[in-house]
Design a protein around this ligand. Sequence first.
Ligand code: PBG
Ligand code: ZN
Length: 324
Amino acid sequence: MNFPRTRMRRLRKSPEIRNIIQETKLSKEDLIQPIFVKEELKKGQKEPIKTMPDEYRYSIDDSVIFAKELEKKGLKSTIIFGMPKGSKKDGIGSSAYDKEGVVQKTIKKLKKETNLVVISDVCLCQYTNHGHCGIVDENKILNDETLNYLSKVAISHAEAGADIIAPSDMMDGRILAIRENLDKNGFEDVLIMSYSAKYASSFYHPFRDAVSSSPSFGDRKTYQMDPSNAREAIREAELDLFEGADILMVKPALVYLDIIKSLKDNFNLPIATYNVSGEYSMLKAGIEKGYLTENAIMETLISIKRAGADLILSHFTKDILENL
Ligand code: PBG
Ligand code: ZN
C-alpha cells in the first residue's frame, strides 16, 4: 500500500505512540560499568583520569563505595581493572595472580558487600614491565607459554569470588586453557566471557593512559585483530565457542557494529561488546566543547544494542543508569 493510505508519520505522532512501538530499548541489565582500582591509593583517595572525563582511579575501598552507589541506581554488573604498585611489575606479570593482589581484594570485598555480578578482566599487560599481554622473549610475544600464566590469573580471580572471567589477551587457546584449569580447581560454575574479536585499535589510547599499560616496544598487532577483517572475527568466535566460552565479546563497539551484528547472526551465545575508552572520551569531549549534546550518549548506546549486543561494557553506564 502506498501513500496516501500509508503514512509512516502516524507511527511517530506522539511520545506515547513512539514509546510503545520502539524496537530497541536499553535497560539497566544491559550495562556493565568498568571500574579502575589502583593499589597505591589509600581509602578516601581517587585520581581523575586525564584522558577520560568523569572517570577515576579508585582505592579498593572507594571502588566498592562507588559500586554500591551505582547499585542503588540499578547497576547489575561491573568489570574490574587493577593497577598494581609500579614496583611489582615484572617480566611475567606475577602480581596479576597474587592472592592478595589489588583485583583479588576488590573482588572479595565487592562480593561480600554487594549483589553485583562481578567480572574480572584477565590479562598481563597492567602487570608486566614491558606492557605486553603475554610473556615476552627477545621482543616476541610467546603464545603457549602465556596460557599457563593466564590460567593462574583466572583461578586467583575465581578464588576471590569472581562470577565471570573475561580474558582480554588474545592468545590462541586461552579459553580452553582457562576452562580446563578452572574446572580442575572446582570452578566449573564460573563463566568465561571471551574478548573474542578484539581489534588492535587506537580507541584504547585513553585506557592505556589510565592504567599505564602501553607496550614498551612494538605494538599489539601480532595478537589483536586487524581492523580490516570481518570474516576472521567469525573464526575467532567459533574457536572460543568450541573452547568453552559462555559469552562472546566484540571490542571496540562503535566502529565494529558490523562485527557485533555478524556474531549475533552466526552464534547463539550472548554477545557482549566493549564501548571502549576512546569511544567514551571522544563523545565526552564533544559534549564538553558544546559540539554535541548529552543525547548523543543514549543514541550511541542504542546503536550498539540495535546492532545486536546483549551486554554493553561502557564507561557511560554511571552517567545514564538513572535515566533508564
Ligand atoms: C588490555 C585491555 C585493554 C582494554 C581492556 N583490556 C586495552 C589494550 O588492549 O591495550 C581497553 C579498554 C578500554 O579502552 O576501555 N588487555
Ligand atoms: Zn592486555
